[in-house]
Design a protein around this ligand. Structure first.
Ligand code: GMT
Length: 378
């Protein structure tokens, strides 16, 4: 019987898929008996239930006027050192090399213990910051000095080698979903409440509306679909591109048919009334929202970018299309929406793919194996 571990987790607690994965990982590990210590700037937003073995250590940054910039990274490293020492952590698992891996290395030095650092790369630190020469050295340092490094797709592993060239093995550990939450539920009342008639198809897009998500492409594809069949587009989320998207919806006279829902919880209810998910990003190391939709039986169309083709299997549970090719994406979307047989088949395949490759249990075990490999005497 292996001993239970004391595991520190650092992530960006408020935004995006990396925070979701880090928090869900903490919750699942706690359910398996490990003691979890989140070291973050605020309580992770998915930590919505009490667990007797999950602790939260808040990083606070003093705003002394003498500092031109508040020293968040140093405060984080210092808090990590405090928690490593006091709680006798076995593992500190950080999500994102920048700045979290670098802070973890510093925190470990300050603490003077042999805590093992596991770093998971989620994408933006590599695909965006990797192009910024002022940070490349820091990212490489964070990766090389970690005891174990994982990335959420094979594509991200390759991109990391191409852009950062670290001398370190990087293992792919895919993202996962909580299948107790993401499953097809009966939420058909929602369709009526939104004023969507039974014959209308529902297309959904969920993101943080950054320009890499190419939300205008989603609207353009929807405009093509709308010419051929009755449909509504659900845009879920908010972000910097929202104004541009609203303008385009207006120009294309789609106001009646595009529902801007803003940020939402309980996404499984929205996925469960949807017929198709569009994820047309120009950068995407994994595409967690596609996985969530697939778990609810929604076929997806994604771009041939980053890790998307590792989640969406072309012609099996959806289609993988060329970035920005509105015509190609629209014609596949129509094929899927008009042919009930293909739709049913893809919908079942989507659920099957999630079960075969992205089940929480399988992925959590992979992380556990990494932890125990680093501390063989436990
Ligand atoms: O996509 C974003 O803008 C948010 C970002 C994040 O920090 O959560 O998402 C990244 O990590 C997710 C979880 O691993 C992945 O599913 C997303 O594909 C990845 N985003 C990008 O690579 C742009």
């Amino acid at each position: 019987m292996r001993k239970k571990l004391k595991i520190g987790i650092t992530c960006y607690p408020t935004v995006g898929g990396s925070g979701v994965i880090a928090t869900e990982l903490g919750k699942f590990l706690a359910e398996r008996g490990h003691e979890i210590h989140f070291i973050t700037s605020s309580i992770p937003f998915r930590l919505n239930k009490m667990y007797h073995n999950i602790y939260f250590h808040q990083v606070e940054v003093n705003q002394y006027s003498v500092f031109q910039y508040p020293p968040y990274d140093i405060a984080l490293a210092s808090k990590m050192a405090e928690v490593i020492k006091r709680e006798k952590l076995d593992i500190l698992h950080v999500h994102y090399a920048m700045p979290h891996a670098v802070c973890a290395i510093l925190g470990k030095q300050m603490a003077g213990t042999n805590v093992k650092i596991v770093t998971t790369l989620h994408g933006t630190d590599i695909t965006v910051l990797g192009y910024d020469p002022s940070l490349t050295e820091a990212i490489r340092f964070g990766i090389e000095q970690s005891d174990y490094v994982t990335a959420v797709s094979k594509a991200l592993v390759q991109q990391t080698y191409d852009l950062i060239q670290p001398k370190k093995e990087i293992d792919t550990v895919y993202n996962f979903i909580d299948e107790r939450v993401y499953r097809k539920v009966n939420s058909s009342d929602l369709k009526t409440e939104y004023g969507i008639s039974p014959d209308e198809k529902i297309i959904i897009h969920v993101s943080n509306f950054r320009n890499v998500k190419r939300v205008p492409d989603v609207v353009k594809v929807f405009a093509q679909i709308k010419k051929k069949l009755p449909a509504k587009l659900l845009l879920v989320g908010d972000g910097p591109e929202m104004t541009i998207v609203c303008k385009l919806v207006n120009e294309l006279q789609l106001n009646e048919d595009v529902l801007m829902l803003g940020k939402q919880d309980n996404l499984e209810e929205l996925y469960s009334i949807s017929d198709l998910m569009l994820l047309l990003s120009e950068k995407e190391s994994f595409g967690l929202v596609a996985l969530e939709a697939m778990a609810c039986g929604v076929p997806c169309i994604g771009t041939d970018i980053g890790g998307i083709p590792e989640v969406i299997t072309d012609h099996v549970n959806g289609y993988v299309c060329e970035l920005g090719n509105i015509e190609m994406i629209s014609s596949y979307a129509l094929k899927l929406l008009e042919d009930e047989k293909i739709h049913n088949e893809f919908s079942e395949n989507a659920i099957q793919t999630v079960h075969n490759q992205f089940m929480s249990e399988k992925i959590i075990e992979q992380y556990e194996d990494i932890y125990y490999h680093l501390i063989p005497d436990k």
